[in-house]
Ligand binder design. Structure first.
Ligand code: FAD
Length: 317
């Protein structure tokens, strides 16, 4: 079932989760162990992130180095299929432009369609670790908008090979990313919102936001989006802070602000167990306020902390 159909059919705010594939070498059981504590909340769908390969240097026996490609977290599509089979819950694979040319993208989409996956989150992806700016593959997409257009084409039965006429029309519900605190490469919020609007005009069915810790940022983002004619659902992305280290890691990695009130409380904590209590309370307060404001879905980034999310969601459902 499509994310937008879940939202349309709901009489109250829904709950959804995002997970990461496990590090290579682990089993699907590690995913079930992560998700099992969250299943009592009947999530409407579960997102699974996509991680491109990285180039690393491996030392040879003779002391020289060779450059090799390593994908630390493969398995996005397989995990989506396993989730749908095991829990009978819809899965939303993330699909990125980075590392894919258009043919590989089409093949990936055909796999998803054959597996009965109705949803996809279309993203550009970040620059590879050895690049300063995002570089598309040769014959790959430069922006999420271009990827989105390819998915929309497939939904109309338009494949890359022009000779395929009357090809199967896929039925993907397409989500895209939005940034309440601006994407870090955008020169300003106006520009970022304009490109977001292009994605919606191009066929995006809904927006999922980057994490934020100040609800005002989300409310303002929704207001500004509506003012420029973005009408699709905007799903808030939420994450608990559970360690002191995250006070610098999260802003550096995700380009988000941590409100002074929250950072002050965290700095007073003696242990990360104390931080977890503060982070849980903060997330609970955020979730309560968002639910009161009738957001369509509370979308939680579980990132290895399912128990913390469970403690929050239990209080609000
Ligand atoms: C909910 C969510 C889930 C994510 N999941 C993943 C994941 O699974 N895997 C992963 O690798 N990354 C993931 N990311 C990170 C994301 O890939 C990065 O933030 C990436 O840098 C931007 O992706 P985007 O889809 O927003 O890009 P785009 O929408 O393409 O935007 C990228 C930048 O380019 C600008 N822009 C857009 N179109 C144009 C244009 N035509 N001309 C000039 N500028 C333009 C935008 O303003 C923005 O600054 C996720 C992010 C979010 C919010």
């Amino acid at each position: 079932m499509k994310v937008t159909d879940h939202i349309r059919a709901a009489s109250d705010t829904l709950v959804s989760f995002e997970i990461l594939p496990p590090l290579k070498g682990k089993t699907i059981e590690s995913i079930y162990a992560h998700l099992d504590p969250l299943m009592e909340f009947k999530p409407s769908f579960i997102n699974v992130t996509y991680h491109r390969s990285e180039q690393v240097f491996k030392k040879r026996a003779d002391g020289s180095f060779e450059k090799i490609e390593v994908r630390k977290r493969p398995g996005t599509v397989g995990i989506c299929a396993a989730i749908m089979n095991h829990y009978k819950i819809d899965a939303v694979p993330h699909l990125i432009c980075g590392g894919f040319n258009v043919q590989e993208t089409e093949n990936a989409l055909i796999d998803l369609a054959f597996l009965g996956i109705d949803n996809v989150l279309a993203l550009r992806g970040d620059a590879a670790k050895n690049e300063t700016l995002f570089e598309p593959e040769s014959n790959g997409h430069a922006y999420a908008l271009d990827l989105l257009r390819q998915i929309v084409n497939l939904n109309h039965g338009i494949y890359l090979e022009e000779e395929i006429r009357e090809g199967n029309k896929t039925k993907f519900c397409i989500g895209v990313a939005g940034y309440p605190e601006k994407h870090f490469e955008a020169p300003n919020m106006e520009s970022d919102l304009r490109y977001l609007k292009y994605k919606v005009d191009g066929g995006a069915d809904y927006i999922t936001t980057q994490m934020f810790f100040d609800n005002k940022k989300y409310f303002d983002f929704v207001k500004r989006s509506r003012e420029i004619g973005i009408e699709v659902p905007i799903l808030p992305g939420l994450k608990p802070i559970t360690s002191k280290k995250q006070l610098s890691v999260l802003p550096r990695t995700f380009h988000v602000d941590i409100p002074t009130e929250l950072s002050n409380e965290i700095l007073k904590c003696r242990t990360d167990a104390d931080v977890e209590i503060v982070g849980t309370e903060w997330l609970l307060a955020q979730s309560r306020e968002l639910k009161k404001a009738n957001v369509p879905v509370l979308h939680y980034y579980t990132l290895g902390k399912p128990q913390v999310i469970a403690n929050v969601v239990r209080e609000i459902v």
